[in-house]
Ligand binder design. Structure first.
Ligand code: DON
Length: 566
């Protein structure tokens, strides 16, 4: 039985009506997980800012209104496509501190001590967000820096309304981390100690001061008083990030990774993210398998092929990928159509190949990743586009707030392979490319993507979700490119994930009906149904009419597509 995309969309548990989360505009668009932050970005577009200005403003605003993932204490990736067809990326991924060591997260018993990577002062990498957004703006922004950063500083100082979903999230954070880290309770706890309620105002005075200083000079974070605060508090609490780490941090402009899929150009993030490479390699395999003969992204026969493709691609990710400044990653081979055809030939259409069989010589199980990171998409009136995904890694990162500076530090060090040589079926990867080294960036899965067709912008998308990210991005890309879906239908389309190991696929409700799932099980697949996957705020662009169609993902409560007044 063939399930039509429209029917499937209705089955996904989504909040709000599509209309509330959509916008159409010829004057530009910002789509993010926070209605307030989307409005900040749209206001910058209304002032004549370009997509890069709006992306920088939105990034700083999310650090205020969406502190579980929006940040100045973390890092991320920005993909930019200019209206004239040129494209570039900004890598502002965190780096391992200079005093880090390969085995710093192993306990006396030789096992990984996950309490050290989950939270606290040893968990953070050297933050990259401020230098990343500053580099993007310095090279490609149009409005003055102060003008794009100031709205976030004002938002933090003035305070903003707490929504129902945010109140719940914040209360969990304060309960968990506030008890352990007094600076966190002081910054994010409700004065008086009660729980946050919908409609309360959250004021973040210290964060406002930090953002104000950054608006005057981004170096305040790396060589000024904020750097001093980080250095001092790290020393006092057993952390290892120093002033020297901060002063040495640089964001890097890198050439995008590119591919073609059914006549579309796919532009995304190269290493140290695996994301773009994983998306392109998977699309190449699907094209080699004849994806265009299917009428739905979740056609039962195609589901089998998507799972089989994912297993092979994620195996290669574990085998080969790490920071390109430290290891040679064979990106050209991984993204070549010839290699995809070779992998496609190994796929049996009648039955699943086990992950163990595919993993000879590399066997590993990806470590667990929590579900906080955030993606936003921006297009301006000229047709320039920005696709930005950034993160603290886990929800609210390390849980540690830098006292007096008001921001939360990431726990990104956990994205490294933590036990050299041990790659096993219980959750640890020990392959060499992603081992810890001073100054190295940890491998990521974030995959901000921009798609063009016939030299014109077509789609801006991306998502949070740890290792599920490339599969979520892929789902939106497939929907729009192979199946002609609108932004709304592609974002609503129920998603699936397989990451090679564990050898099980997870399906959102609505990917497949019971009979289809039984059919897949008969082919040898393990299927788990009921996940919620990603948060893919996306824009589809119609170059003929210069119109942006924004679709905020309804899987999260406060997302919004905002446009300047038309
Ligand atoms: O860089 C990465 O791939 C992870 N640190 C991202 C974490 C994440 O997406 C958590 N998610 N929702």
């Amino acid at each position: 039985m063939r399930l039509r995309p429209l029917f499937l969309a209705i089955l996904v548990p989504l909040a709000g009506t599509a209309q509330e989360r959509d916008a159409t505009s010829t004057r530009g668009m910002v789509v993010s997980t926070s209605d307030i932050a989307s409005d900040v970005g749209a206001a910058i577009l209304a002032k004549g800012g370009n997509a890069i200005d709006a992306a920088v403003a939105t990034g700083f605003a999310l650090a205020v209104t969406h502190p579980s993932a929006g940040n100045i204490g973390g890092g991320g990736f920005m993909v930019i496509r200019f209206a004239d067809g040129r494209s570039t990326t900004i890598d502002y991924r965190e780096k391992a501190p200079l005093r880090s060591t390969r085995t710093m997260y192993l306990g006396a018993d030789g096992k990984i001590d996950r309490s050290l990577t989950a939270a606290g002062w040893l968990a953070p990498g050297v933050p990259g967000t401020v230098r990343g957004l500053a580099l993007a703006h310095q090279k490609y922004g149009k409005l003055p820096w102060d003008e794009v950063v100031r709205p976030a500083a004002e938002l933090a100082s003035r305070g903003f309304r707490v929504s129902k979903g945010f109140a719940e999230s914040l209360n969990g954070f304060v309960r968990r981390s506030g008890a352990r880290f007094p600076s966190t309770r002081e910054a994010y706890g409700k004065p008086g100690g009660a729980e946050w309620q919908e409609g309360d105002t959250l004021r973040l005075a210290d964060l406002g001061r930090s953002l104000g200083a950054i608006a005057t000079d981004p170096n305040a974070f790396y060589t000024g008083w904020i750097a001093d605060s980080i250095d001092r508090q790290m020393k006092a609490n057993g952390g290892i990030i120093t002033r020297r780490d901060l002063a040495a941090y640089r964001a890097v402009e890198r050439a995008p990774v590119k591919g073609t899929f059914l006549g579309h150009e796919i532009i995304s993030m190269p290493p140290p993210s695996s994301g773009g490479t994983v998306v392109i390699q998977t699309l190449n395999i699907l094209e080699a398998l004849g994806v265009s003969r299917f009428t739905s992204a979740n056609d039962p026969a195609l589901l089998h092929l998507r799972i089989e493709a994912a297993k092979r691609v994620y195996r290669d990710r574990a085998r080969w990928m790490g920071d390109p400044d430290f290891v040679k990653v064979p990106v050209a081979r991984m993204t070549s159509p010839a290699y995809a055809r070779e992998l496609a030939r190994g796929i049996d259409t009648a039955k699943s190949t086990t992950s163990v069989a595919l993993g000879k010589g590399v066997i590993s199980v990806p470590a667990g990743e929590s579900d906080e990171t955030t993606h936003y998409s921006v297009v301006d009136a000229w047709g320039n586009a920005v696709s930005n995904t950034y993160t603290l890694e886990g929800g609210y990162g390390s849980g540690v707030v830098v006292r007096g500076a008001g921001f939360i530090l990431n726990n990104e060090m956990g994205d490294f392979n933590k036990k050299p040589g041990e790659t096993n079926l219980t959750g640890d990867i020990g392959t060499p490319p992603n081992l810890i080294a001073p100054g190295k960036r940890m491998l990521s899965s974030m995959s901000p993507v921009i798609v063009a067709k016939d030299g014109q912008l077509r789609l801006v998308t991306g998502s949070p979700g740890g290792r599920t990210i490339p599969n979520t991005t892929l789902s939106v890309v497939l929907g729009v490119t192979a199946f002609g879906m609108s932004a709304r239908d592609a974002v609503d389309l129920p998603r699936l994930h397989h990451q090679w190991l564990p050898d099980a696929a997870s399906f959102e409700t609505g990917v497949a009906d019971d009979a289809t799932i039984e059919g897949l099980k008969a082919k040898g697949h393990t299927i788990r149904v009921g996940s919620r996957q990603g948060d893919a705020h996306s824009i589809v662009y119609d170059a003929a009419t210069k119109t942006a169609y924004g679709a905020a993902d309804r899987r999260t409560p406060d997302s919004k597509a905002s446009a300047p007044p038309q």
